[in-house]
Design a protein around this ligand. Structure first.
Ligand SMILES: Cc1ncc(COP(=O)(O)O)c(C=O)c1O
Length: 387
């Protein structure tokens, strides 16, 4: 019998708690319960038809071999062309990778030496800290309040900067809060990080999914920062595992070496399929979906407020509501478990997203049809009334 000793770094890698919620919800379903899934971080819509058709055509044409390490040139060019002229990167800077997860992995592999610190907002996307720790980096989670839209600000960045700080990671729109960094604030952050001598990484995976004002890519603020995006969320392609990284030109050779070694190439079929993501028919369908998400948000936010949840910052993007549940419980984990068991509504407790006030928060995902959201609100209303 060989030993099963884990590398020390594994002690730092946290589980993705939402998967536990999902497993419990699925167990209830198997026992015959009707579960409303508001814990899931992926769109409920299927991959748009033109993308499926393009994938089928690629299969029939036998396009199943590796592509170039950074992806199909025509897809890299197509992605670059999606950015407005003022922010448009040279396609050479666009690398296709297996999801924005892989883009984060590549970015931190490029940037971090052991002990290097990365500043990030708490609450934030759970995997980020783990990616950083995989390379011996130190995630510095900075408590963020609704007053700053749960986002880092130039002041917070300056006040947490140390001689070991290497990079700052932002998400806009963000998971779990749906908050968006306004263009002028993004410019101020870019300027602050530049002056401090660090590197800015911006996760723009939810970019197409904004409801109040258009978002602006951080690429508008310069070509010296990293921007990450993906076909997963806006384009409805979570399982295709395809995302992209726009890196500063100086890192081009290192990005190529890493992608060659880590992935050989991103999934070929997914890349051919994604060529159809920018066709007018696909974009029209994605716009209909964006409007459906907006309608859901506009129902869910006031409905939750009426039930006693507090949502001080109206989410402007993504498909999440980060609700303060402190008026109803001091233990959001237990609350979420009770809600799931007693009402069949699955929600994610705050502990997945950091440490700061996590026991007072829950994340609701509105990647579920409006009728199911209405049903969930009704079940919660009845349950809260009987408690
Ligand atoms: C903020 C954020 N970044 C990155 C990811 C990873 O997505 P993918 O690897 O599917 O592109 C997710 C998925 O939920 C996310 O919410």
């Amino acid at each position: 019998m060989m030993t099963s000793r884990l590398a020390e770094r594994m002690a730092l890698i946290q589980p993705f708690h939402v998967m536990e919620v999902l497993a419990k919800a699925q167990a209830l379903e198997q026992a015959g319960r009707d579960v409303i899934h508001l814990e899931i971080g992926e769109p409920d819509f299927p991959t748009p038809e033109p993308i499926l058709a393009r994938a089928q055509a690629a299969l029939e044409a036998g396009q199943t071999r590796y592509t170039a390490a950074l992806g199909l040139p025509e897809l890299r060019a197509r992605i670059a062309a999606e950015y407005p002229v003022a922010a448009r990167p040279n396609p050479q800077r666009v690398a296709l990778v297996p999801g924005s997860s892989a883009a984060l992995l590549v970015t931190f592999a490029l940037l971090l030496d052991p002990g290097d610190e990365v500043l990030l907002a708490d609450p934030g996307y759970p995997c980020n800290a783990n990616f950083i720790q995989l390379f011996g980096g130190v995630p510095v989670r900075i408590p963020c309040d609704p007053e700053t839209a749960y986002q880092l600000t130039p002041e917070l960045i300056r006040s947490h900067w140390t001689t070991r700080t290497r990079a700052v990671l932002l998400g806009s729109p963000a998971n779990p809060t749906g908050s968006v960094i306004a263009p002028e604030q993004m410019s101020a952050i870019v300027d602050a990080v530049r002056r401090l001598g660090g590197t800015l990484v911006v996760d723009e995976i939810y970019h197409g999914l904004v409801y109040d004002t258009p978002v602006r890519s951080a690429l508008h603020d310069g070509d010296d920062l990293f921007v990450i995006n993906s076909f997963s969320k806006f384009y409805g392609m979570t399982g295709w595992r395809l995302g992209w990284l726009v890196a500063p030109e100086a890192y081009g050779d290192a990005v190529t070496r890493l992608c060659q070694n880590l992935f050989i190439s991103a999934p070929t079929l997914s890349q051919y399929a994604a060529l159809a993501a920018f066709e007018p028919a696909t974009l029209a369908e994605l716009e209909r979906r964006r409007q459906a998400f907006q309608e859901r948000r506009d129902f869910l936010v006031p409905a939750l407020c009426q039930l006693g949840f507090q949502i001080p910052q109206r989410p402007a993007g993504a498909f999440y509501v980060y609700a303060d549940v402190s008026a109803l419980t001091d233990d959001s984990q237990r609350f979420a478990e009770e809600v799931l068991e007693q009402t069949g509504v699955a929600i994610t407790p705050g502990r997945d997203f950091g440490n700061y006030r996590q026991a007072e928060h829950l994340r609701f995902s509105y990647a579920a049809p409006l009728g199911r959201l209405q049903e969930a609100a009704e079940r919660l209303r009845q349950w809260l009334g009987c408690r």
